[in-house]
Design a protein around this ligand. Structure first.
Ligand code: BDP
Length: 656
C-alpha cells in the first residue's frame, strides 16, 4: 500500500496466516507472478518461505497452482480449495482463478490451515463484476472532479490528465481483486469534451491505467459519447445506420484495441439527462447499442448501454407522466433486438438510487436481452459518506428478489453486476472509513449474489481489523449492520424518495424537487401523501410487474409498508400493516432514527483505543455531522408533516 494510504481490507496482518508458512507456487503467466509477489511480500513480513515450481522440496503448508483439470467446471476465474494431510491446496485453470483462490485463503486466515476439508469448488456466479467511476478528467465547474464523489479527487485523473504516478491505481486494483471485482470504467458517463478524447488521441492515458490494473485481473472500459463521430470525427451525423458513422466507430475501436488489447468495451449514457443518443436520428436504442456492439464484438468487447432513459424536462403539473415507468416503456419493446455484444445496464430501482425503491420491473421483463444490474456504491442519496449507511442488506434484498416465480435478480443479471464506485484519492479511499464496507460488500455480492450480507460484513471486519478483539468486532458489526434502516428512518418515509436539497442532494428539502421538471414528486397536501402508481387510478406503473407483485403493489391493503408511498397516495390517517397511521409512523421513525445515530456514535466513541487513532478520529468527526444531519432531517420532516396534516404526535413529543 502506498505510504500514508489506509490498507482498507488488506491490512498487513490479514496476510499473516499465509506469510508465516511454506508455500509452493506452480504455473506461469502474469497473474501467477502477481500471486507470487503477494505471497513473497507476506513471507518477507511474517517469516514464511515461498518456492516456485519445485517438486521435491516439501512438505508445504500451502500449494497454489495452475492445473489442467476441470476447465469446464472452473472457468478462467474459479478454483478448488482443499485442506488434506496438512497441506492446503488451491488449484485453478486460469491466473485470475489462482489470484481469487489466494484471497480466499487470506479471508479464511488460520482457519484455512486447520482441519481436513475435501475439495470445494468456488466460482463467481456472475462473469462481470464491474465498477463505474464517474470521474471527470478535468474538474467540472458544478460536479467537481468526481461526479457524486465524496472521497476527494479522482484516483486516475489530475490536472486534466492521467496521473503520472499510478502506484495508487495498482493498489486499488489489488483491493478490488481481493473482493472479486474484475472490470472498471474510468471516466464519467456524462462525457464532457476532455473525456471524449480518451477514445481517440488520448487513448494512451487509458492504456497506462489499464496497464496498472491488469496484474490484478481487471479489464478497463471507457464511457463514450454517442456523438463522438461528430465531436471527434468531424462528421455531420452520428446516425447509427449511416455507413460512414459505422466505419468511424469501427476504425476508432480498432485503434483502441491496438493500444489496449484486453480492453473491456464501452459504457454509454444516451438520450439521458442531456446526453446525445439515437433518438435525434429517429433510431431506436437497440440500433444505437448495436452500432457500438458491432465495433467491439470482433475484439471480444462489450457495450454497456444504460437504460436510465427518461424525460428530465417534464411538466410537474402533468400527473400522468411517471418517471418510474420510463425504462420499461422504452426498452421492453426492444427485447430480442440487442446484439450479442450489447448489455443493457439497468439501475436496480425504477427511479434513481433512493434509500428505498421497489426493484425495477425491467429486470426480468427482457428474457432475450443480456441485462446488467447497476447499483450505487457512492452514497449520493444515502448520506454522501458523511453518514454511515451500509447498503449490504438493501442490495441483498434486490438480488434475491424474484420478479415472477422465476429466477432471482442475481441470476437474471447475466450481463453482470455493476456499481458506481465510492472511491477517490482520499487517504481512507472512501472519505468515511466505514464506507469501505460498501465497496467490499458489493464485490462479494457480485461474486455470490445470495451470500448473507452479515457474513460479508464480518469478513470485511476480519480483513480490515485482523487483530480485533471480540469487543471491537462486535462494535463494528453493530454500528454498520442496521445503519441502512436507520438512515431510512430519518429521511424520506415509506419509499416516497427524494425530499433532498436539489443539485447536490445532501440534506432535507421536502419540496426541493416538488415543482421541478425532474419527475420526482411526493404530492403531499393537507389530506395525504404519496404517488398513485396503481393501474386502477394512477400511472399504471404497478402493472409493469409480473405476478404476484403487480397484484400486491396495486392495492394499498397488500402493498408492503415500506413501499406504500411509492405506489399509493394515502391519507395521513391510513393504517399501516404495523398498526400505526402513516403520520405516526413518520413521527416515530424520525425520532427513532436520530436516537439510533446517537447510540451508534456512543458505540464508536467506546472503541477509541481499539482502532488506530487517525481512523477513529475521522469516523468520530463524521458521526458528529451525521447526528446533526439526522436531527435536521427529523425536524424538517416532522414539522412539515405536522403543519400539512394538522395531526399532533400521539406521544406528545415536541415537534419543531
Ligand atoms: C443520478 C446522478 C447524476 C448521474 C445520473 C446517472 O444524480 O449525477 O449522472 O444519476 O446515473 O443519480 O447518469
Amino acid at each position: 500500500m502506498p505510504e500514508g494510504v489506509d490498507p482498507a481490507w488488506l491490512a498487513p496482518a490479514a496476510l499473516r496466516a499465509v506469510g508465516s508458512r511454506r508455500t509452493l507456487i506452480r504455473g506461469s503467466g502474469p497473474l501467477v507472478e502477481t500471486v507470487h509477489g503477494e505471497v513473497a511480500e507476506a513471507c518477507r513480513r511474517f517469516g514464511g518461505r515461498v518456492v516456485r515450481d519445485a517438486s521435491d522440496d516439501g512438505p508445504y503448508d500451502l500449494a497454489l497452482g495452475l492445473g489442467t483439470e476441470g476447465p469446464e467446471l472452473l472457468g478462467e476465474e474459479g478454483f478448488t480449495f482443499a485442506c488434506e494431510g496438512g497441506t492446503t491446496t488451491v488449484t485453478a485453470c486460469g491466473g485470475r482463478g489462482l489470484l481469487y483462490g489466494l484471497f480466499h485463503v487470506v479471508r479464511l486466515g488460520e482457519a484455512a490451515f486447520s482441519g481436513e476439508r475435501s475439495p470445494q469448488t468456488h466460482r463467481p456466479a456472475l462473469a462481470l463484476r464491474m465498477l463505474d467511476h464517474w470521474d471527470n478528467v478535468a474538474v467540472h465547474p458544478v460536479m467537481g472532479q468526481v461526479e457524486r464523489g465524496y472521497a476527494g479527487g479522482s484516483l486516475f485523473w489530475e490536472d486534466g490528465r492521467a496521473r503520472g504516478d499510478l502506484e495508487r491505481v495498482r493498489a486499488y486494483g489489488r483491493l478490488l481483486a481481493a473482493c472479486g471485482i474484475n472490470a472498471i470504467s474510468v471516466n464519467n458517463v456524462n462525457v464532457h469534451a476532455a473525456e471524449a478524447r480518451l477514445l481517440t488521441d488520448r487513448i494512451g492515458e487509458v492504456a497506462d491505467i489499464a496497464y496498472a490494473l491488469r496484474p490484478y485481473g481487471i479489464r478497463t472500459h471507457l464511457s463514450v459519447s454517442f456523438a463522438a463521430p461528430i465531436t471527434l470525427g468531424g462528421l455531420s451525423t452520428a446516425d447509427p445506420l449511416d455507413e460512414v458513422v459505422r466505419g468511424w466507430w469501427a476504425e476508432a475501436t480498432r485503434r483502441v484495441y491496438e493500444a489496449i488489447p484486453d480492453f473491456g468495451g464501452y459504457v454509454v449514457k444516451a438520450d439521458s439527462e442531456g446526453q446525445p443518443g439515437p433518438f435525434a436520428y429517429g433510431r431506436s436504442h437497440s440500433e444505437g447499442a448495436n452500432l457500438l456492439a458491432a465495433a467491439v464484438e470482433p475484439f471480444g468487447g462489450t457495450v454497456h448501454w444504460r437504460a436510465f432513459v427518461y424525460d428530465h424536462r417534464q411538466d410537474w403539473r402533468d400527473r400522468a407522466t411517471d418517471r418510474a415507468r420510463a425504462a420499461y416503456d422504452h426498452f421492453v419493446p426492444l427485447d430480442g433486438e440487442f446484439a450479442a455484444g450489447a448489455v443493457l445496464q439497468v439501475k436496480h430501482g425504477p427511479m434513481d438510487f433512493q434509500v428505498r425503491e421497489p426493484v425495477s420491473p425491467l429486470i426480468g421483463a427482457m428474457p432475450r436481452t443480456r441485462l446488467a444490474v447497476e447499483l450505487q456504491v457512492t452514497q449520493e442519496y444515502t448520506g454522501q459518506q458523511r453518514h454511515v449507511c451500509w447498503l449490504g442488506p438493501m442490495w441483498s434484498e434486490v438480488l434475491r428478489f424474484r420478479q415472477e416465480r422465476g429466477l432471482p435478480v442475481g441470476e437474471v443479471a447475466r450481463g453482470g453486476l455493476v456499481a458506481v464506485s465510492n472511491v477517490g484519492d482520499d487517504p481512507f479511499w472512501t472519505g468515511h472509513p466505514l464506507a469501505q464496507a460498501n465497496l467490499y460488500t458489493f464485490g462479494r455480492l457480485a461474486w455470490q449474489p445470495d451470500a448473507e450480507p452479515g457474513e460479508v460484513l464480518d469478513e470485511w471486519i476480519g480483513l480490515t481489523y485482523p487483530e480485533a478483539s471480540e469487543r471491537l468486532s462486535a462494535g463494528l458489526h453493530s454500528v454498520l449492520d442496521g445503519s441502512w434502516r436507520t438512515y431510512e428512518k430519518y429521511t424520506a418515509p415509506l419509499g416516497v424518495g427524494f425530499m433532498v436539497q436539489p443539485g447536490h442532494h445532501y440534506g432535507p428539502s421536502v419540496d426541493g424537487y416538488e415543482y421541478s421538471p425532474w419527475g420526482t414528486y411526493h404530492f403531499a397536501d393537507r389530506d395525504g401523501i404519496g404517488v398513485d402508481r396503481s393501474v386502477a387510478s394512477g400511472t399504471g406503473f404497478a402493472g409493469q410487474y409480473g405476478a404476484p407483485w403487480a397484484g400486491l403493489y396495486e392495492s394499498p391493503d397488500t402493498c408492503p409498508d415500506e413501499l406504500l408511498l411509492f405506489f399509493h397516495h394515502v391519507p395521513y390517517g391510513h393504517v399501516l400493516k404495523s398498526g400505526k397511521t402513516v403520520i405516526q409512523h413518520i413521527y416515530d421513525t424520525h425520532f427513532e432514527g436520530v436516537e439510533e445515530v446517537g447510540q451508534a456514535r456512543s458505540v464508536w466513541a467506546s472503541l477509541a483505543g481499539l482502532v488506530d487513532p487517525a481512523r477513529h478520529a475521522r469516523v468520530s468527526e463524521r458521526y458528529e455531522e451525521q447526528l446533526r444531519g439526522a436531527r435536521e432531517w427529523r425536524d424538517q420532516i416532522n414539522s412539515y408533516f405536522l403543519r400539512k396534516s394538522g395531526v399532533p404526535d400521539s406521544r406528545g413529543r415536541r415537534i419543531h
